[in-house]
Design a binder for this molecule. Structure first.
Ligand code: PHE
Length: 490
C-alpha cells in the first residue's frame, strides 16, 4: 500500500552499455549471484585486483566504535527540531528540500504538474506546503494502524518523534478539509527511505486531489450532473476502460454511513474525473501510436478511503500503476470537522509518469543541474528526452557479516536493515551511485551468521568518474557501515 504506490516502476534496462568498465575485479564480474547457501564463504570481492587495498575489515573493527549521535537540533528552513531517538533525516536528504522541482515550469515534474492542474482547473491549487509534517498528520489522522510498516524508522525520515518528512501528500488532506476547502489539488515533494536503482530515489513528487460536497445542499445531484457531462466526453474519446470494480464487493464495500446510491455516484465521479485526467496525460501518445488508450481499475485498500482503487495505464507494452484513490472515509472527514460532507480523494506519483512520458531512463536525472538536461524541456510540452551521453559505470563490491539482532542490541545499535545501508551509500556517493544490488548471501554453517555481498554501481549522469574518486567513496561507505552499522567486512 503506502510502501509501493506512486513509486516509479522499474524502467526497462537501457540498451546494453558499450562503455568500458573500470576497476571491476575479473572474479566479481564473472561470478554469478549465488543463492542462499551453506557453502563456505567465497574470497572477498571487495579486495579487487585492480584497486588493491589493505584488508580494511580488521583496521576498521579496531578503529571505530559506535559513533556518538550528534546532539545539536536539526534545522530545516530556519526551524529547529530537537533531536531524539527517532531523528534519522540525513543532511543529504534535507539538502533536497529547497529544490522544489515541481515549481519549475520547464522541468518535466513541473510540466506534468501543470497538465494535471489544467485538468482540475476549478480546484484550489496548493504547491508550497511544507514537507515537514507531524506524525499525526502523516499517519494518525488518516487512520494508519500503530504497527503499520510505513511508520518504521527504516522506511521514513524523522526529524524527531513528532515531526517527519511527509511520505505522501495525503498528509495534508485533513488540514485542507478542516480549512473548509471542498476541491483542492496539492503538488509536493515526498520522502521515503528505499533501495537504490534507476527508478527509486528517496525524494519524489506526488499530487493529491480531493473533491467533497454537502449532500444536504444538493451536492450529490451536482455530482450526478457532472458525471453525465464527463461520461459524454469519455464516450467520444478513444479510451478503453476495464473496470471490474464497478460493483460493490465484500472486499471493497461501500461505507455503512453512506446511502449506496450516493456512494455509487461519488465513486463514479471519482472514476470519470480520473479517466479524464489519464486521457489528458496519455491520450496523445496512444493516438500517435494509432491505439486506444487502455486504463484499468483495480481494488485497493487505504485506511482513509473506502471503496478504494488503483489505476493502471497500458503504456509501451506494460501496465503502469500510476495512482491510488477512493471514496473518503467518513471518519476522516469527521476528524477534519466536516463530517456532513462526502467525497473522494486520489494520490498520483509524478516521477513514474514523467519517466515514461518524457523517456527519462534514470530517476536521478530529475535532480541533475546539467544544462544538457534542463535545456531539453519547455513549459507546457511533453517531449522525448535525448540522452546526451552515457558515461562509463564503475562497480565495486563489498562483502560483510551482518551483526545478529543480539550483537546489535549489545552494541546499542538498531537491528540491521538494508535501508540503513542504502542511506549510507546515498550519504557518501549522492547521485553518483546508480544502483545497489545484493549479489550474494549465505549463512555460515557453524556460526549461523549471515554474509552479504552488495555490488555498488557508480555512474555520473554528467561526466566520467575516475577510479580514484570512486575508491574514495567506496572506502567511506565501507568505513561507515563498519562504524555505524557494526558490520564486519570480509
Ligand atoms: N497516499 C496514497 C499513496 O501514496 C495514495 C492515495 C491518496 C490513496 C488519496 C487514496 C487517496 O500511496
Amino acid at each position: 500500500m503506502l510502501a509501493r504506490l506512486s513509486r516509479p516502476l522499474a524502467v526497462r534496462q537501457l540498451a546494453s552499455c558499450t562503455c568500458a568498465r573500470v576497476a571491476t575485479p575479473a572474479a566479481a564480474r564473472a561470478a554469478p549471484a549465488r543463492p542462499l547457501s551453506l557453502a563456505a564463504p567465497a574470497p572477498s570481492p571487495h579486495r579487487s585486483a585492480l584497486s588493491p587495498r589493505p584488508p580494511v575489515a580488521q583496521i576498521f573493527r579496531r578503529t571505530y566504535a559506535a559513533r556518538p549521535k550528534p546532539t545539536e537540533p536539526i534545522v530545516v528552513e530556519g526551524v529547529s527540531y530537537p533531536r531524539d531517538a527517532f531523528s534519522n533525516a540525513t543532511p543529504a536528504i534535507l539538502d533536497k528540500v529547497p529544490r522544489r522541482l515541481h515549481l519549475d515550469p520547464a522541468h518535466p515534474i513541473g510540466i506534468l504538474r501543470k497538465l494535471v492542474e489544467d485538468h482540475f482547473s476549478s480546484f484550489e491549487h496548493l504547491n508550497s506546503l511544507s514537507p515537514i509534517v507531524t506524525v499525526q498528520q502523516n499517519f494518525d489522522d488518516l487512520g494508519f494502524p500503530a504497527d503499520h510498516p510505513g511508520r518504521a524508522l527504516t522506511d521514513s525520515y524523522y526529524l524527531n518523534r513528532q515531526h517527519m518528512l511527509r511520505t505522501h501528500t495525503s498528509a495534508h488532506e485533513v488540514e485542507c478539509f478542516r480549512a473548509g476547502m471542498d476541491r483542492f489539488l496539492i503538488a509536493a515533494d515526498v520522502y521515503r527511505r528505499d533501495e537504490i536503482d534507476r527508478s527509486h530515489y528517496p525524494v519524489f513528487h506526488q499530487m493529491e486531489g480531493a473533491y467533497v460536497v454537502d449532500p444536504a445542499a444538493g451536492g450529490i445531484e451536482r455530482l450526478e450532473r457532472e458525471n453525465a457531462e464527463m461520461q459524454k466526453e469519455l464516450r467520444a474519446a478513444n479510451i478503453e476502460i476495464e473496470d471490474p470494480t464497478r460493483e460493490e464487493t465484500p472486499t471493497n464495500p461501500y461505507q455503512a454511513a453512506h446511502d449506496p446510491r450516493s456512494a455509487r455516484i461519488i465513486s463514479e465521479h471519482l472514476k470519470n474525473s480520473l479517466n479524464g485526467m489519464v486521457l489528458k496525460l496519455f491520450g496523445p501518445q496512444a493516438s500517435q501510436a494509432g491505439e486506444p488508450l487502455r486504463v484499468r481499475w483495480i481494488e485497493a485498500t487505504f485506511p482513509w478511503t473506502g471503496p478504494s482503487y488503483e489505476v493502471e495505464v497500458w503504456f509501451n507494452g506494460q501496465w503502469l500503476e500510476i495512482l491510488g484513490c477512493g471514496v473518503m472515509q467518513q471518519h476522516t472527514l469527521e476528524r477534519s470537522g466536516v463530517g456532513h460532507k462526502q467525497g473522494w480523494a486520489f494520490g498520483l506519483g509524478l516521477e513514474r509518469i514523467a519517466m515514461v512520458l518524457f523517456s527519462i531512463p534514470d530517476i536521478r536525472l530529475f535532480w541533475s543541474r546539467d544544462a544538457r538536461f534542463a535545456s531539453q524541456f519547455r513549459a507546457g510540452e511533453i517531449s522525448t528526452f535525448k540522452p546526451y551521453s552515457r558515461f562509463p559505470e564503475c562497480y565495486k563490491d563489498v562483502a560483510f557479516w551482518i551483526p545478529s539482532a543480539d550483537e546489535a542490541r549489545e552494541a546499542g545499535r538498531e537491528k540491521w536493515h538494508e535501508n540503513d545501508f542504502m542511506e549510507i551509500v546515498r550519504g557518501e556517493a549522492g547521485d553518483l551511485v546508480e544502483n545497489v544490488q545484493l549479489i550474494d548471501e549465505f549463512v555460515h554453517p557453524k556460526t549461523g551468521r549471515t554474509s552479504r555481498c552488495y555490488r555498488l554501481n557508480y555512474r555520473s549522469m554528467d561526466r566520467s568518474l575516475s577510479n580514484e574518486e570512486v575508491n574514495v567513496m567506496q572506502d567511506k561507505v565501507v568505513e561507515r557501515i563498519v562504524s555505524d552499522l557494526g558490520v564486519e567486512v570480509r
